[in-house]
Design a protein around this ligand. Sequence first.
Ligand code: ATR
Length: 272
Amino acid sequence: TARYAVFGHPVVHSLSPRIHAAFGSQLGIAMEYAAIDATPEDFATALAAFADAGGLGANVTLPHKERALALCASASERARRAGAANTLTRRDGAWHGENTDGLGLVHDLTERRRIDLRARRVLMLGAGGAARGTAPALLDAGIDELWIVNRTPERADALADALGEPGRVHTRYWDDLRNLGAFDMVINATSAGRGGSIDLPFTLATKRTLAVDLSYGEAAVPFLAWAEAAGCEQRIDGIGMLVEQAAESFAIWHGRRPDTDPVFESLSARAG
Ligand code: ATR
């Protein structure tokens, strides 16, 4: 059987094996999809061993996405712009890198939630891997302004520079958050929720502000609790993006995009 895997550290909680298995049975495509835990030191060796054992494709999650891109012989423009790859495909004896996170987010917002992203003033909190992976797709989807605010301001500036759209992309200091007014959409792309708290002013949101956390489960709780307290009526966690980025990866590997609704529903039900 064709072999696929997700690499991460840790990886035991990854939902990708379950998602890809569900897609495979839905479309009648037989394959094996494993979760492989590799430390940053071991990642390159583990990936090479997987290729030697016949591995055809790999998803890559924290903390390996940047390293994964560096190990690719070729990569899509999207992956290069993100500086990170989450989807690796074996081609001519080498890895080809893609990044499906941004498309996954935009797909979730526009197709599942029917949100019109055009003319949106968007605040992106964070400038790490999650922000870099999704910001280009948001700009491509036609948002009006992207404001990037990061605890370490140099990383926000580096991301803005990499995006190369000074007319639409602005950076501010974390301390400026209280002076920025309200946004149409606030995206939490920080990993602060994993540490349990995030401190944001309520002036960033109105009840019509769409609040999006790119993480899910416990990690999304602090930001979404803030959004609820700020009055945001629409609050979204990263489960939809997770399922959609997986569907994009699946389509790259197997040539067909699965119906994501049943998988999304079963994962949402489980997440409560
Ligand atoms: P990921 O791939 O999840 O984005 P990352 O690349 O390590 O992981 O980036 C983590 C992001 O969360 C960064 O933007 C980080 O801010 P710094 O660049 O200043 O480190 C942000 N972050 C982590 N903990 C945070 C906290 N407690 N408050 C605000 N931002 C935080």
